[in-house]
Design a protein around this ligand. Sequence first.
Ligand code: ADP
Length: 611
Amino acid sequence: MKKKILIVLSIFLLAFFLSGLYIIITIENTTSSLDRLIQLHQIEILRERLLIHIERVQADIGLKGTPHARSTDNILTNLRNMDNMAGTCFDCHHSGEVRERLNDLSNHVKRYKEAVSMALTVRSNPSMSETEEASAFRIGNSLITKVNNMITMTSNKLELKTQSTIREIEKTKRMLSILIITGTLLTAGMAFLFLRSMIKPVNLILEATRRVKGGDLGYRIEGLRDEFGEVATSFNEMGKSLKEYMQKIEESEKRYRLLFEKAGDAIFILDAEGENAGKIVAANQAAAEMYGYTIDELLSLRITDLDTPEAAKEAPARINRVRKGEWIKAEINHLKKDGTVFPVEISAGLLEVGDKKYILAIDRDITERKLAEETLQRAEQMKIVGELAAGLAHEIKNPLAGIKASMEVLSEEANFSEEDRNVLLKVINEIRRIESLLKELLNFARPPKPRFSITDINTILDKAMTLSLQNDHLSSNELKRIKIVKDLDSLIPQTMADPMQMQQVFLNILLNASEAMPEGGTLTVKTAYDELLNSIKIKISDTGRGIDEEMIDKIFKPFFTTKPKGTGLGLSISKRLIEQHRGSISVENNSGGGATFMIDLPVRYVEVQAI
Ligand code: ADP
């Protein structure tokens, strides 16, 4: 491009220089011709004046001796003027041929002057004077003829010269016009070409800028050279970097969006300024699920709409602290759309996007954590209660054994009436119940460690069913009417378990089920193997009265019982034993009545550390 501009400028300069030179030379020539023409005109004028002076002297000579004759002084003055004029005329010319003719004329004038002087001086002799006058007159006439000839000759020459000068001037005018027109056209043409060569790449670059501005970051400029080529290369590189940069931003945005959308915690972006402070401007799916609203519904709410009335009172203070730049954390109660109150841990901080301020709030549902904390707390309490109970049981056990032994001895006394003996036997029975309760209490407070061995769960279940049916607590009525359905999967693998503890668990569930069907019913025992999870599933269902919904969460808690003579320890001990085997136990009511207990026992081939 630079080279192009330099070449164009050089051509322009050369053209201007040559045109200027030509114009100067032409004008120089024309002015010289005009100069010469003016000179010739001046000579013409001088000769004509000379002619007038000669004619005036000739008239003086002609009038001599007449009443109109002028004085001699007047004649002499005219003669002198003629002479001066002749002198002026002869001063001008120096060229060969002209000078020769002028010398001849000068001599002629001289002779005429002498002849006139002579005619004026011989006044005393009239005949001689006439002769001299005639001679002077003749010389004068021939001088007039000569001057006239010269004037005619000069006039012709002048005419020719004038014609040629006019032609020359016309030619110069034409040439100048051509030069000016050509120069203007050439300049316009060159300027057009030059501009076109500039406009095309500028347009290409402009188009590329528009495309990039419109988001087409892959657009590239092709086919430009020189400086524009360099601009295009830089532009293309800029577009490439911009694209890479945008890709990085998009990826990062995608990552953050994914994080925002898929996060397990509820994430809100709130307005932080003015009247709208606290207004929800963005919320993720987890937020919608946590609060039971759709995302669109959440966007029409303020964060305080999710607070309980007590929590809402504190909200302005919390928002202010965040606006001051504090990152806050708090545990408060929030409300779901259906009015359910649940505990959340909120953490919130200021988020600045450009010059706009927002609040980023993350809510975590801590219901489970709270429950776990409560459970742990209760477990701790239970442990203390259990240990207390165990201590008490231990202390009561020995005196009770003594009382029981004494009562048994007394009951065998022969002199007791039958009635008294029955009373004693009742007391012994009650003592046995207390002993069994104490045993369970001790079992609960200090559960024995499992003794793991390879165990077949189906066999243990079979044994437990047989034992449960022999249980003397169950009335013969119940036993008669209970139908047992066995659906045991023979393919379930053996697993590492404590057979005694497993039996205790199954027995407890089976006895509870039997007791739940005082009028009889069906007891279904089912086992299956879950290959995917590698666990054994045991289901024990009855068709009894089922469990009240408000109690279903409590039945695994220690000392919860609905039976007049129950201890409320059976299921809590069972749960603990199952958990020691890394399994889980749960219960649900059957749709057609009764309850089903479900046990999940992971299959293990090695002993596990009890928990
Ligand atoms: P206990 O048998 O001494 O009451 P458990 O811990 O074994 O203690 O049982 C707790 C309570 O769970 C029982 O009192 C009873 O209300 C309820 N329960 C257990 N099994 C069943 C069942 N199959 N059907 C209905 N209720 C049951």
